[in-house]
Design a protein around this ligand. Structure first.
Ligand SMILES: Nc1ncnc2c1ncn2[C@@H]1O[C@H](COP(=O)(O)OP(=O)(O)O)[C@@H](O)[C@H]1O
Ligand SMILES: [Mg+2]
Length: 231
């Protein structure tokens, strides 16, 4: 089943009287459980694409469907709970709330939907990523790698069907970056969730089911990895 479908999606930014085309007629389907890697040079449109596929932003033209529901016309008030329930987003720059502790940041999406087990779930996740002793720390008391692990737990707490991770290791050293990617993959495998990952890490990219390469807002190459023939 197609979990996400983009149909002839275009995004154009208008600055003053200039029109800046960023995504040009992208059509793409992501199947349930797929691990998709998005690559492309800086400015090629990767972040914009993830924002459109996840409903964080809206296309200029074209449609985006999640589980066959057209989210392009869905009012923000209806879209926000859908995103909170179905989608986890890990950003390059963490986007933690500075005034909340690690565990409060992680609990936040679960509390939004009044999950009585929010605290317990957050604790389990933080422990799992090695932050058991850090749960009451504020973001400024954590290292980059730790902040990204907190952000990852926050993205996972509602057990989303889809995880979008946009260069989650971009601000980390290679050792911390590798650990984050391994964790994301581990969660993807054990929950059978769909993972859409922007990364320049070739080792991880070759583990994906499919890799698309963007250039100037278009998909210029698609590489499928078919593991069925590997013993
Ligand atoms: N809010 C915005 N307003 C105007 N231009 C933008 C905006 N966001 C992104 N862009 C432009 O869109 C292009 C693609 O950006 P982005 O999707 O962030 O690419 P990538 O993630 O591949 O580096 C870039 O040229 C960028 O400058
Ligand atoms: Mg980007």
């Amino acid at each position: 089943m197609n979990l996400i479908e983009a149909k002839h999606v275009t995004k154009t930014y208008t600055i003053g009287d200039r029109q800046i085309p960023v995504l040009d007629n992208i059509s793409l389907s992501v199947t349930n459980g797929e691990f998709l890697v998005v690559e492309g040079s800086s400015g090629s449109g990767k972040t914009t694409l993830l924002c459109l596929l996840s409903g964080l932003d809206r296309p200029t033209s074209g449609r985006v469907l999640i589980e066959e529901k057209d989210i392009t016309e869905t009012p923000e008030d209806d879209l926000a709970p859908l995103r909170n329930q179905m989608i986890g987003f890990v950003f390059q720059s963490f986007h933690l709330v500075p005034s909340l502790t690690a565990i409060e940041n992680v609990m936040f999406p679960a509390e939004l939907k009044h999950d009585p087990r929010a605290h317990q779930k957050a604790q389990v996740l933080l422990k799992r990523v090695g932050l058991a002793t850090r749960i009451d720390n504020f973001p400024h008391q954590l290292s980059g790698g730790e902040m990204q692990r907190v952000a990852m737990c926050r993205a996972l707490i509602n057990d989303p069907k889809i995880i979008f991770a946009d260069e989650p290791t971009g601000n980390l050293d290679s050792e911390n970056g590798e650990a984050i990617l391994e964790l994301l993959l581990e969660f993807h495998r054990e929950r059978h969730s769909t993972l859409v990952l922007v990364t320049h890490n070739n080792k991880i990219a070759t583990m994906a089911d499919r890799m698309i390469i963007l250039h100037d807002g278009r998909i210029v190459e698609t590489i499928r990895h078919d593991y069925q023939h590997i013993a």
